[in-house]
Ligand binder design. Structure first.
Ligand SMILES: [Zn+2]
Length: 448
């Protein structure tokens, strides 16, 4: 009976691919995704889902269907990256002729739509009386800015979830069972006293000195922080001209660490360094805390269910033409990267695209995601599917090209099937759902 999920998704495949392609053709940055969010919410409304807006976030929305049973959240995204404008169908780097310089280098054109496919299949199962749940699609803005879900969380929209699923295009079919770091972003704005740098520098107090001393202090911190912690910064305002003692200067910091707790502790130390730099230079510092995202805590139980459902999804079938395109695209990357990825995935000789091999990823990664915040609230799992040749890095022109091609679109449909299957399993097995919830409760993750 579960086969109906795949049938519904196959029936809808052209519509879903069309939607993902339109979003690829109109890349929008975080909080500006008016085209993508409207396209998706109109489609969900047309398909019988009730649409809810999210206060203060015009490019966020929630679409829900079903009554009773567990509340299942499917997290979608649709924001693009600056740059990465890429001409369709070619295997070299070339921006489009449009004035829009953005591009879908992270494949978020596929990310949300994969979730929509899963929601439609589950709706069919609800209508046939097989599955009982409230299926809820979240249109989440600005993942690349790492604040979209944090701001949605502030509106309390994830509170009643029993479980959450997300999806990400990748070069492999995998369950994300690894940790991602927690991260805090903050700006440090120093204020000193302007003066003529030649005529009366003794009257000046340089805000730029404070910025530089803060950076030096932070660099000395590195020896005394955990191995997985990271500090990165840029100077966003370094003064106006060398002959003016800068009265204002600013820096922007990203601080990462393995958990919410440890990133907060490290952030406190960086703030002390900033205050020390201000004291040394007789300037004032204003700390502008931008936001915190938590480490992603994958559900121990859901990861097994997700793996079984990547198997249920079957195989990605490519035409000869698509295989050729994959080979040509793959030939543009460093062969070392390709070989490393092929080996990790376990691809056969001459194979460059993973059509069926399934992995459980456990090695912690350096990149953070705001799905982490949801994983503190409800048991969460992220599924990825192959949408580009092995070894291509996300945030590259090759990735952008692949995510706008049949390789990406077929991978996305594969992802819809795996997600729908996972939801089906959990919603038709009370005992499994209870185990998932119990496992999450035992982790005792503290928010706020
Ligand atoms: Zn992404």
């Amino acid at each position: 009976m579960k086969e109906i999920l795949k049938e519904v998704i196959e029936e809808r495949a052209q519509e879903l691919k069309g939607m993902a392609k339109k979003i690829w053709d109109n890349p929008e940055l975080g909080y500006e995704e008016f085209f993508a969010s409207k396209l998706q919410s109109d489609y969900m409304e047309k398909n019988g889902f009730a649409i809810r807006e999210v206060l203060n976030l015009p490019t966020a929305f929630i679409a829900e269907y079903g009554e009773g049973g567990p509340v299942v959240g499917v997290l979608g995204e649709y924001d693009a990256l600056p740059g990465f404008s890429q001409l369709e169908g070619v295997t070299f780097k070339a921006a489009t002729e449009s004035e829009n310089p953005n591009g879908h280098g992270c494949g978020h054109n596929l990310l949300g739509v994969a979730g929509i496919g899963a929601c439609l299949a589950i709706k069919e199962a609800i209508d046939r009386g097989i599955v009982r749940c409230r299926i809820r699609y979240y249109g989440c803005p600005a993942e690349e800015l790492l604040t979209g879900k944090v701001r949605m969380e502030e509106e309390g929209v994830f509170k009643d979830l029993d479980l959450a699923l997300s999806y990400h295009p990748s070069d492999k079919n995998a369950v994300w069972a690894m940790k991602t770091p927690a991260m805090i972003r903050a700006n440090f704005n120093f204020e000193g006293t302007e003066a003529h740098a030649g005529y009366n520098p003794e009257d000046g107090r340089s805000a730029l000195d404070a910025v530089e001393l803060m950076n030096i202090g932070s660099n000395y911190l590195r020896e005394h922080m955990s191995r997985t912690s990271r500090i990165h910064y840029t100077i966003t305002d370094g003064g106006k001209a060398p002959n003016i003692v800068p009265g204002e200067a600013s820096s922007s910091y990203h601080i990462r660490s393995e958990s919410k707790e440890s990133v907060e502790a490290l952030y406190e130390r960086v703030v002390k360094v900033a205050r020390g730099a201000a004291m040394m230079t007789e300037t004032e510092v204003e700390v502008d805390f931008i936001g915190e995202i938590y480490d992603y805590e994958p559900s121990n139980v859901l990861k097994g269910v997700a793996k079984e459902n990547l198997e249920f999804a079957g195989k990605i079938l490519l035409t000869d033409e698509e295989k050729n395109y994959a080979r040509e695209l793959s030939a543009t990357i460093d062969p070392k990267m390709r070989e490393r990825a092929r080996k990790a995935i376990g691809l056969e000789e001459e194979e460059v695209f993973s059509t069926r091999k399934i992995m459980i990823e456990v090695e912690p990664v350096g990149g953070a995601t705001d799905v982490g915040n949801v994983s503190y609230i409800a048991p969460t799992i992220i599924i990825s599917t192959a949408c580009m040749p092995a070894g291509i890095s996300p945030h590259s022109w090759q990735a952008t090209a692949s995510f706008g091609s049949e390789l990406g679109l077929k991978g996305m449909i594969h992802g819809s099937k795996a997600m729908a299957g996972t939801i089906w399993d959990v919603c038709t097995d009370r005992e499994l759902l209870e185990r998932i919830i119990k496992d999450h409760r035992e982790k005792a993750l503290k928010q706020g």
